[in-house]
Design a binder for this molecule. Structure first.
Ligand code: GDP
Ligand code: ZN
Length: 392
């Protein structure tokens, strides 16, 4: 049996005759895509895309072009120690086969960040895309996405697309309103090529994850930023047809600005997945209040406790209360499942330190609405399905 039959197609390989003698050691690269047990690794110190390198190939003999991508397997030693390789990982590659465009991942370098869903290592920021119109900007949905984004501890950038469909008044209204929420949105129109330079400036050489509801123009934006990205999506992921709750196939696209962009459905899941205690810290409005003073009780949930500094006259306080119900319902559902992992959970705080979050006492919380409970259970079913697909 030829294992190569199962291997994904390779994007680009070394020019014939290249031995790799002049390479620095160790050979370092970034994992751009994962497909079954294969890792697409973009080697460091080479140009941006295979298209560019092919264009300059003819007649240029002085500068040998290194392969941009190697299709790698993971050393069995890594498998044995349970070392997962994620999209975005910086890796050491051994035994490159330049002719065949293959290699083996021998080492994963320490990560500066790591997301579970979507599974992306070393991401710097989230680019949240919403539309002003068509679909109409829904403040509650936006708030939900923002809070979910904040739970990642990554930098959150907000883009409002389809500005061409909105009036000047509408644009100004939303900018002012979102400033109150603690965000400075970039107004843009992919269709009219407005505000795209500002988006590119924001991307820079960072690793960015794009997220947002459907229909807002994410694909249009990504296609503008990374022409032909759809080709690789098709090549790597195939037609999965497993719906938007699949987090398995994430891939990174190289940006002309030097950064990487992940287009992933995995982040779009509706559940908030945070503890009731942590929720307030995901609202900039509450953060700024907590920076000035403390609540009387250190475990204040900012509802009706005396001398609470968070409760008050800010627009999204209502959203906070609603999401709190959701977070409590989730905790209670998890407690009922008796899942000790879920109730005593290791999390990284804003400073990147690992900490264990306490198991919560269920008595303390009031009963969430039936709707919230239903939704939480629904989401947990998706989570479990996802988890079973995610295993190695
Ligand atoms: P996605 O579901 O978020 O990936 O959204 P798409 O990129 O598929 O876009 C949804 C629809 O909005 C498409 O018909 C696009 O042509 C349209 N669209 C995208 N950007 C703009 C824009 O800036 N202005 C207008 N008017 N339409 C846009
Ligand atoms: Zn409080």
């Amino acid at each position: 049996m030829n294992a190569d039959l199962n291997a994904p197609r390779i994007q680009s390989v070394a020019p014939a005759g290249h031995t790799g003698e002049s390479l620095p050691k160790p050979l370092l690269g970034t994992v751009l895509a994962v497909q079954a047990n294969y890792y697409h690794v973009k080697l460091e110190g080479v140009g941006i895309g295979s298209r560019e390198s092919k264009a300059g190939r003819e007649g240029e003999r002085t500068q040998p072009t290194l392969p941009l991508m190697l299709l790698c397997t993971r050393r069995s030693r890594l498998k044995k120690i349970g070392q997962r390789v994620m999209v975005g990982d910086q890796v050491e590659v051994e035994e490159p086969d330049w002719e065949g465009g293959r290699g083996a991942i021998a080492q994963v370098l320490p990560r500066r960040s790591s997301l579970d869903r979507p599974p992306v290592a070393n991401a710097d920021q989230l680019l949240l895309v919403f539309a002003l119109v068509d679909p109409m900007l829904d403040p509650y949905q936006l708030s939900h996405f923002l809070v979910k984004a904040e739970t990642t501890q990554l930098k959150v950038c907000l883009c409002l697309n389809k500005s061409d469909l909105a009036t000047t008044d509408e644009r100004e209204y939303w900018c002012a309103r979102l400033q109150q929420w603690g965000y400075a949105p970039i107004l843009m129109s992919v269709q009219q090529a407005i505000g795209l330079a500002a988006v590119e400036a924001q991307l820079g050489d960072r690793v960015t994850i794009v997220s947002g509801p459907s229909g807002v123009g994410k694909s249009s934006l990504i296609n503008w930023l990374v022409p032909h990205s759809d080709l690789r999506v098709a090549a790597v992921s195939g037609k999965l047809g497993r719906g938007r709750h699949t987090t398995r196939h994430v891939e990174l696209f190289e940006l002309p600005t030097g950064g990487l962009l992940a287009d992933t459905p995995g982040f779009n899941q509706p559940d908030l997945d945070c503890t009731p205690e942590a929720l307030a810290t995901y609202f900039p409005e509450a953060r700024s209040r907590l920076a000035l003073a403390n609540c009387q009780f250190s475990d204040c949930l900012h509802r009706d406790e005396p001398n609470c500094v968070v409760r008050g006259d800010w627009e999204r306080y209502e959203h906070y209360l609603s999401f709190l119900d959701e977070a409590i319902a989730r905790q209670e559902a998890l407690n009922k499942l008796g899942d000790s992992e879920a109730t005593l959970k290791r999390k990284s705080n804003r400073d990147g330190q690992e900490q264990y979050e306490p198991k919560l006492e269920t008595k303390k919380y009031r009963r969430p609405s039936r709707r919230v409970q239903q939704q939480t259970l629904q989401n947990m079913r998706y989570d479990l399905k996802d988890a079973s697909l995610d295993g190695d």
